[in-house]
Design a protein around this ligand. Structure first.
Ligand code: 3H9
Length: 691
């Protein structure tokens, strides 16, 4: 059955799209829509046509699942052009979010009426694309080139009242959308079709195009589609509508074929895929979480507490150290205050949040909390002590979560008599900003506690990724391989600033040496001191250890791998550190040489991929996409490369395998023995994403 149906409301033909979940423009929708327009135009009793959708939203865009496959007719630009050419007025009746191709369908209509709580937008840039169904040529004609370009470059949707103000929609109504649209249709009949294709783009100072290029350059490093958006909108101001559309189409095809768009599309689906956890379904019971206790008032604990407060929960912050508790208290108040000052938080929301916040030094105050999130010092002994104390005071059914970033959940859970309620919730710093939450299931963790944690992640506006229990889980276990190669490369002669520049040019948010200084070199040092399973290799994290032993912890001490003069956050290379590296390389007998950017990337990124493959073999991650989501959202891996596993897939696993074998020959098997999974996939032309 076609997802598109037609019904007559008097002299108005209503074309209705019903293609759950978001009315995406799959082939059958495009075909149904096209036929609906052609038939209605030919029907004697039809004076105007309305396009509306069933469900919670108007069309949310082209069907992204069809991308990367051969395109099937009718093509969306042709459908939109046919709507535009219709001799009878066509009205789009919008609700929910009219996005991408969905908004372009509406722009091809002659009039747009929207529910006031609706929104419109062109988010193609988030998928490495530009609007490809005439949106780059139509929107500037309605709202002006500058506003249109802003919408396309930000990808953000605009609420209906604001869209009305700029002219992107013509009318908004609070309710009864279809009834109002039918009434509006009679006005539209009087005015006749009003085609965006025949409008002129309002006068604009063309200097804005270059100015915008310069403005966005720092944040769009290496991305193709923002440049194409600017060029397409610039064209709308100087060439005919038809020529502009042809150019837009060529840009769209180019972007669609790019690895960047493939990476971003993978990111889109992978981030939605993490919610699918085998054994956990809609019917898995969840516990209600209204009151949370956060143990440990350091930077992490305070960030978690603030995140819970802004998500509407009651929060008790507990720390047995007076000064630390007061600092945590002040951090939370400071975060609220700065939110208010920046206009992000209303004064009333701050008052409400702080009204739900208290501090304590007494575990018996936690008797009625629904969940505890422990964020104390990363030491097994300390964590076990905390969990044993919690076990004594918490009510039955409370969730006991640890924010450990590396330690065994099972060992922590064993300090309690309720291991089924214990789970890892690994937040990333700053906890109220970073979107990733690794949800670490222990051997005994109940399904109910996992489902509850997934719901908590959503409530905290985070992406929850369920992973298994092992040292460092997914993210930090892999980080060890990446960091290990960085450290070895330093000894082998690559300067810290060259490694960092290489990765920043490659698209990482920061290079590994700048990240180490930001996170604090003492943190990793302490974790390594606690580990008993480190490789027997004097080069392993040698430089990081030496810096930490000299109390060069990074930004917080004004020097680490780099110098930070006068409180600056800007890293300056330190000749003393380079001399120290060179001397240590000599002492260890490591020969220094010129190392190319290509080798730096391959060593570090394939180090990640090898460990990722082992993580899949060990079933620590449910699927390779989950690993990608962890790395894109927790470690600054460029989204347009789709995460390390997708990146390896896109390079070709046979090539990756070949390189890993080469590294094994050059650097030994201790780190480079190829995992069986990689070997198998390489031999069968497979991909991690096929698993
Ligand atoms: C485009 O339009 C190109 C054109 O310019 C030119 C073409 C020639 N297609 O996000 P949710 C699925 S590019 C296919 O969890 P929410 C999604 O995978 C497109 N599927 O819900 C998920 O499936 P599952 C421009 C889609 O309420 C389910 O719907 N448009 C699409 O948090 C629910 O999604 C966009 O980029 C799609 N277009 O948010 C909009 N969209 O349940 C992309 C969603 O199996 N979409 N799905 O995991 C969104 O931003 C959000 O999904 C939306 C709903 C705001 C709509």
């Amino acid at each position: 059955m076609s997802p598109v149906s037609t019904a007559d409301h008097g002299e108005v033909t209503v074309i209705t799209i019903d293609n759950p979940p978001v009315n995406a423009l799959s082939q059958s929708v495009r075909e149904g829509l096209l036929n609906g327009i052609v038939d209605a135009e030919a029907a004697d009793n039809c004076k105007a046509i309305i396009i509306q959708c069933i469900g919670w939203t108007f069309i949310a865009g082209a069907d992204i699942k069809e991308f990367g496959k051969p395109l099937l007719e009718p093509y969306l630009p042709d459908v939109v052009a046919r709507i535009d050419a219709c001799e009878k007025p066509v009205i789009a009746a919008l609700h929910g979010t009219a996005l991408g191709g969905g908004f372009e369908v509406a722009l091809g209509c002659h009039y747009r009426i929207s529910l006031s709580r609706g929104a419109v937008g062109l988010p193609e840039v988030n998928l490495g694309l530009l609007p490809g169904a005439s949106g780059t040529q139509r929107l500037p004609r309605l709202v002006g080139a500058e506003k249109a370009m802003d919408m396309m470059l930000s990808g953000k949707s605009v609420k209906a009242p604001a869209a009305l103000k700029v002219g992107a929609v013509d009318r908004i109504v609070d309710d009864n959308l279809l009834e109002e649209a039918v009434a509006y249709a009679s006005e539209c009949v009087e005015q006749g079709p009003r085609r965006t294709s025949t409008m002129d783009v309002p006068e604009v100072d063309t200097a804005i195009f270059d100015a915008t290029r310069q403005k966005i350059a720092p944040r769009t490093r290496g991305l193709i589609s923002p440049e194409k958006i600017i060029s397409a909108v610039a064209l709308s101001t100087k060439v005919s509508f038809e020529e502009g559309c042809a150019k837009e189409r060529a840009f769209f095809v180019e972007c669609m074929a790019s690895p960047q768009s493939a990476g971003l599309r993978h990111a889109f689906f992978a981030e939605r895929g993490v919610a699918r956890v085998p054994g956990i379904g809609k019917d898995t019971p969840k516990r209600e979480l209204n009151k949370v206790a956060v143990i440990g008032a350091g930077t992490m604990g305070a960030g978690i507490a603030y995140n819970c407060l802004t998500s509407g929960m009651d929060v008790i912050l507990l720390d047995n150290n007076d000064a630390c508790l007061e600092r945590g208290n002040q951090t939370i108040r400071g975060l609220y205050k700065s939110g208010v000052e920046r206009g992000k938080i209303a004064e009333s929301a701050m008052a409400d949040g702080l009204g739900r916040f208290s501090t304590s030094q007494d575990y018996t105050d936690l008797a009625d909390v629904d969940i505890v999130i422990e964020a104390v010092f990363e030491s097994m002994a300390v964590k076990r002590e905390v969990f044993a104390a919690l076990d004594k005071v918490l009510k039955p059914g409370a969730v006991l979560a640890t924010n450990t970033s590396t330690l065994s959940i099972d060992e922590i859970a064993a300090a309690t008599d309720r291991s089924q309620d214990v789970i890892g919730l690994h937040f990333f710093s700053p906890a109220h900003i970073m979107r990733l939450l690794e949800i670490v299931r222990g051997a005994d963790t109940s399904d109910e506690v996992i489902a509850t944690s997934l719901a908590l992640a959503r409530r905290l506006h985070k992406i929850g990724v369920v992973v298994g229990n092992c040292f460092g889980f997914v993210g930090n276990r892999m980080l060890y391989s990446y960091g290990r190669e960085n450290q070895l490369l330093l000894l082998e002669g690559a300067a810290p600033e060259f490694i960092d520049k290489t990765f920043s040019d490659w698209g990482m948010a920061m290079g590994p040496n700048a990240v180490g200084d930001l996170a604090g070199l003492d943190v990793g040092y302490k974790v390594r001191q606690e580990r008993t399973d480190l490789p027997d290799d004097p080069r392993f994290y040698r430089i990081a250890d030496m810096l930490a032993e000299q109390a060069r912890y990074g930004q917080k001490t004004g020097k680490g791998m780099y110098l930070y003069e006068d409180g600056s956050r800007k890293p300056t290379p330190d000749p003393e550190v380079q001399a120290m590296i060179d001397a240590e390389a000599e002492r260890l007998g490591v020969e220094q040489r010129d190392i190319s950017a290509e080798e730096i990337v391959e060593r570090c990124i394939y180090g990640l991929v090898v460990e990722g493959a082992r993580i899949l073999e060990d079933k620590i991650a449910i699927r390779s996409g989950d690993i990608d989501v962890v790395w894109m959202n927790g470690y600054g891996f460029p989204r347009y490369r789709g995460g390390p596993m997708h990146y390896a897939d896109s390079v070709g696993l046979d090539k990756v395998y070949e390189k890993v074998c080469e590294f094994e020959e050059r650097f030994g098997s201790i780190y480079w023995e190829p995992p069986e999974l990689l070997k198998k996939l390489a031999a069968t032309n497979g991909k991690f994403s096929d698993l």
